[in-house]
Design a binder for this molecule. Sequence first.
Ligand code: EPU
Length: 346
Amino acid sequence: MNTETLIQREVPLQNLNSFGIAACAERFVHVQSLEQLRSIRQLVLGSDDLLNLQRFVLGGGSNVILPDRLPQLVLQMAILGRELIQETNDHYIVRAGAGENWHAFVEWTLQQGYPGLENLSLIPGTVGAAPIQNIGAYGAEMQDHFLSLTAFHFESGEIKTFSKKECAFAYRDSVFKSVSPNPYLILDVSFALPKLWYPSINYGDVALRLKDMGVTKAQPIDVSRAIVAIRQSKLPDPTIIGNAGSFFKNPIVSCAVKNRILESFPTCVSYPQTDGRYKLAAGWLIEQCGWKGRDCGAVGVYEKQALVLVNRGGATGEAVRAVANRIQSDVFDRFAVQLEIEPVFI
Ligand code: EPU
């Protein structure tokens, strides 16, 4: 196989990133199998030109902010497949290819009767990207039912299986996000889904939504439907309004900092953590600074959720960074709390 057939030139990425930035990849590969990945590696090793290029791995593009042009070799992970690989007394063990759409995978597990991922319904992105930032919502995180993943180490060509411990999951974080550049390409992810299931509906308005839906004894599919409805009412649909979900992490602060803020701002929203610290609602902090619903040229702050930056049309990565920095500095000036950006700027 030669470079021309495998590596495409000047590929527009606007439809491959949820923020809808009109980026362009100078060299792009759509990776559909491990065999293909091995061929690409051979090509790269055999060409000084390609060997000197940095590589950038694109998943569903829902947690990245791209520049106008990407000189890197862009590898879009599109390996498909989902299957039950084992059934134990307590669990269904399922595996999905990195390129599977996350929400379609969650729906598939629920249709098969494998519960556990319902609180993570409708999160944009792919299965392979889910462990990188340990996606989470409505009281659940991907790590809760994560079993293991396999990844390809590009330099050595070796395949490594990562246990949960080795992934070092944390709030919107993992070893794959914290080590830069990440040398691994995730191939597939396995989950252990529980046979004994209890609904987790105490977060926010999930229980209320189920009540409104007339559900008295919630099944996994009901929880999923409630969460889909809540997300649709609060968060912009990336196929209509470009966005990357929450743009900042909810900051975790000491009890003293939380108390200091509460003294001056008694309505500040905070959640106690198991280690005695407090998670502050970044959306609330940003809203207090007058940013909710505000537009700065092509970049705006969503009118229904101040934690979400949106593309009003023609946003560039640079413009997004400028607005994010202004929000960070306003929040810092007012509350002396540093907001951490959640998506990755390339
Ligand atoms: N709030 C405001 N103003 C706003 C937005 C929120 O005051 O403009 C307040 C709300 O009233 C609420 C609190 O902030 O009391 C929390 O808001 P919400 O329940 O909407 O959740 P969040 O903390 O803003 C987090 C996740 C979301 C996830 C939701 C639901 C992070 C960074 N974000 O948002 O995840 O869907 O909880 O579990 O942890 C994502 O990561 O992309 C994402 C969307």
